[in-house]
Design a protein. Structure first.
Length: 240
């Protein structure tokens, strides 16, 4: 299969790219914004992986990727990229412009890329959309995460629409919602908070990017009967 991963050069995205690239019969395209050195390293180590420069803050680069999706002829789209912070400030102290900016640099590019992918999938009568959300939409959201969880909630609801509207074209749309992980995205979290998260965790350990990537690979391999599903990876801390 031909797979496109957004934000595939760092954090969870890098783990996704590397794990999927181990499937040597597949072709992996992954986008990156600023991690040029990491992207080139992945290309060097994974012969079936190709990096595509696409900063979600740069509309020209987004438009170029959207225009190229048809040429790539992808079978799977993994919506993983997120630009911004995990936590920032209390909701009542967050400027409205922060919500607007986050929407424009996260949701709008994801919409455009997914629309292009769906157009390819419908013609092929096959396709898979896998969207990375967050278990924070099930758990009590972390203090200061209103911008992040608002974006994730929006894209999660869109994912359900994609499943409903495209099922008859043999196109699936599923979600993977990980609990807290230690990545570059979350490394600004206070160590005491991280220790508390571990202490409260049923397994007394944090979720790893490898565990999330394994769940994504499961959906890549799964039957088209699995559609509109949200895989919540939080060790049953909350059951939706």
């Amino acid at each position: 299969m031909i797979i496109l991963i957004t934000g595939g050069a760092s954090g969870l995205g890098e783990t996704l790219t590397r794990m999927i690239a181990k499937r040597l019969n597949d072709r992996v395209f992954f986008t990156y914004a600023h991690s040029d050195k990491q992207a080139r390293q992945i290309e060097t180590e994974c012969s079936n992986a190709t990096a595509l420069k696409c900063d979600f803050r740069n509309r020209e680069e987004v438009d170029a990727l959207v225009a190229n999706v048809g040429q790539l002829n992808i079978d799977v789209l993994i919506n993983n990229a997120y630009t911004g912070d995990f936590t920032k400030s209390y909701f009542h102290k967050t400027a409205a412009d922060d919500f607007i900016e986050a929407f424009n640099v996260n949701i709008v590019p994801s919409i455009l890329i997914t629309q292009a992918a769906i157009n390819v999938f419908r013609k092929k009568k096959f396709g898979k959309i896998i969207t990375i959300s967050t278990a924070a939409l099930v758990n009590a959201p972390p203090v200061g995460s209103s911008v992040y969880v608002a974006n994730k909630a929006y894209i999660e609801q869109l994912s359900k629409v994609w499943a409903s509207e495209n099922a008859k074209f043999n196109v699936t749309s599923n979600i993977v919602s990980p609990a807290f992980m230690l990545t570059g995205f979350t490394n600004s979290m206070d160590e005491r908070v991280v220790e508390q998260i571990i202490s409260n965790h049923p397994l007394k350990k944090l979720l790893t990017t490898e565990e999330v990537a394994e769940s994504v690979c499961f959906l890549i391999n799964s039957s088209q009967q699995i559609n509109g599903v949200n895989l919540i990876l939080n060790a049953a801390m909350n059951i939706k």
